[in-house]
Every structure is written in structure tokens, then in C-alpha cells.
Design a protein around this ligand. Structure first.
Ligand SMILES: [Zn+2]
Length: 127
């Protein structure tokens, strides 16, 4: 299990121009990540909508809804984390640092990037 610590600086990633990426070697990766990003954002919006719905008046229904909400909150958290990772990855692609470990500056194994496109560290730094 790899936990990416590099969630990045949100302010910077909002300012940077990854929305208009130039053609580069990671264009396909960027495209796939952007698609995933919009899917995630749509879904998080839906989940948030669900979470803010008023609870049922019936207490049995309420119990079920509260359980559902807990599950939804977990999903939301996971998805928000992934959104941050993708934003940070797109930023690295636009800056030309994609594929370089953020900790040691060494190259990240392309096989690792294929399996985990948002990887910000090489295998040895990920532990
Ligand atoms: Zn490293």
C-alpha cells in the first residue's frame, strides 16, 4: 500500500496552467488524469449533496441514513485525496518534473508510473 504524501500546494496548482498543457511525452497520462479528475469532481459533488440532505423523520430510517452517511464520508475523503494527487501530478507534468521523485530527485520507474500514474516518489522513497 503506497500512500502519497505529496498532496502539493493547492494555491500554486490553481494558478498554474495545467489546463492548457503543451504537447509533451506525458500528454496521454495528463489526458487520462484529467478525465479521472472530472469524474471524481462530479462524484464528490453528488456525494456532498447526499451528505447534506436532511435526515428522515423516522428514527429507523435515520439510523440507516447515518450509516450510509458514514460510508459516504469515507468515499468522499478517498476521492478528495485522489483529486489532490491528480492535481499535483498534472502540475508536475506541466512543469516537466513528472517521473522525477519529489524526495530524492531520482527517476521513478516507468513501470511504477504505469501502475500508479500519480506516484510522486520512487519505490525506495515511498516506504
Ligand atoms: Zn526517491
Amino acid at each position: 500500500m503506497v500512500t502519497e504524501q505529496f498532496i502539493g500546494n493547492r494555491d500554486q496548482s490553481l494558478q498554474c496552467n495545467w489546463m492548457q498543457l503543451d504537447m509533451n511525452e506525458h500528454e496521454e497520462t495528463a489526458k487520462a488524469l484529467k478525465m479521472r479528475l472530472s469524474e471524481l469532481r462530479t462524484h464528490v459533488t453528488k456525494v456532498e449533496h447526499e451528505l447534506h440532505k436532511p435526515l428522515a423523520a423516522d428514527s429507523e430510517d435515520q439510523a440507516i441514513e447515518l450509516e450510509n452517511q458514514e460510508a459516504l464520508e469515507v468515499i468522499e475523503k478517498t476521492e478528495v485525496t485522489e483529486i489532490h494527487q491528480i492535481e499535483a501530478t498534472l502540475k508536475r507534468i506541466s512543469e516537466g518534473t513528472y517521473g522525477t521523485c519529489v524526495k530524492c530527485g531520482g527517476p521513478i520507474d516507468p513501470k511504477r508510473l504505469k501502475a500508479l500514474p500519480t506516484a510522486a516518489t520512487c519505490v525506495s522513497c515511498s516506504v
